[in-house]
Design a protein around this ligand. Structure first.
Ligand code: APR
Length: 249
């Protein structure tokens, strides 16, 4: 792994326009469970039963009770970890321009990255399904489920459920960033959910290097990524930043 850390540090030093695509794996070290794999949410629940828009429309109270309430508890108290902080350091070095995240936890912004595209929306806000009024999630009273707007409408997370469109602006800006970058860091995503997992493909097709950080292989590995640094995001980011500092110093 040491050789790959050095290689990533050198590739980042040579790059002029770095974009990161992140997934649930970058937030596991902040105590937020991933979706797939060991301890993943989809090990306990069928996503089509609780994370599909049809399931929410059918039975909002069920989705609130099984998924949204639990996520609110976890996300309300989660803090950025070294993986998020490493991406902030890359931005401060003038390398990283944009983070495209599939996460809805707001931890990239909390860490200090300034251009974060929330590909799957966010969990910071709930919106009324009738009048669209927005409420800060941390202030929503969950003593009665589903929580309701002052107008009586049901509140839903401002995030993208399965079966819903990616917000147009997020889709458009992500495609542009993926095509414009000369290095894409793909951190903590299983890279199987479309269309987010296509961003590294667009980057590769546009001539960028694609570098994965993940303890596991993904469908991108060996096909669309140039190399995979097998490890946890926090540890790997710390080591890459330290190697870059050393090279500069
Ligand atoms: N550091 C880096 N990667 C990690 C770590 C870690 N500490 N821990 C786990 N991982 C990796 C796993 O090996 C896996 O490849 O993170 C990935 C998490 O994959 P998923 O749970 O599938 O998360 P993600 O890719 O973000 O899922 C995409 O699926 O259900 C949806 O909408 C949800 O946005 C989500 C989308």
């Amino acid at each position: 792994m040491d050789d790959l850390i050095k290689k990533a540090a050198a590739d980042l030093a040579a790059a002029r326009y770095v974009v990161a695509l992140t997934g649930a794996g970058i937030s596991t070290e902040s105590g937020i469970p991933p979706f797939r794999g060991k301890g993943g949410l989809w090990e306990r629940f069928d996503p089509m039963e609780i994370a599909h828009i049809d399931a929410f429309m059918r039975d909002p109270a069920k989705v609130w009770n099984l998924l949204v309430k639990e996520m609110k508890k976890i996300v309300d108290s989660a803090l950025p970890n070294d993986g998020h902080k490493g991406l902030v350091k890359l931005e401060e070095m003038g390398k990283l321009k944009t983070v495209i995240t599939q996460n809805i936890d707001g931890l990239h912004q909390a860490a200090g990255n300034t251009d974060v595209i929330e590909f799957h929306g966010n969990f910071a806000w709930q919106r009324c399904m009738d009048c669209m009024r927005k409420y800060e999630t941390s202030k929503v009273d969950v003593s009665v489920i589903p929580p309701r707007c002052d107008c009586g409408g049901i509140l839903r997370p401002d995030a993208v459920f399965f079966g819903e469109m990616i917000p147009t602006d997020a889709m458009w800006r992500s495609r542009q960033a993926a095509s414009a970058c000369d290095l894409m860091l793909v951190v903590g995503t299983s890279a199987i959910v479309q269309p987010a997992c296509l961003m590294p493909v667009y980057a590769k097709q546009s001539g960028a290097k694609v570098v994965e950080i993940n303890p596991e292989r993904t469908p991108l590995t060996g096909k669309f990524s140039d190399y995979l640094i097998m490890g946890k995001a926090g540890d790997v980011m710390n080591r890459i930043v330290a190697a870059m500092d050393k090279n500069e110093g």
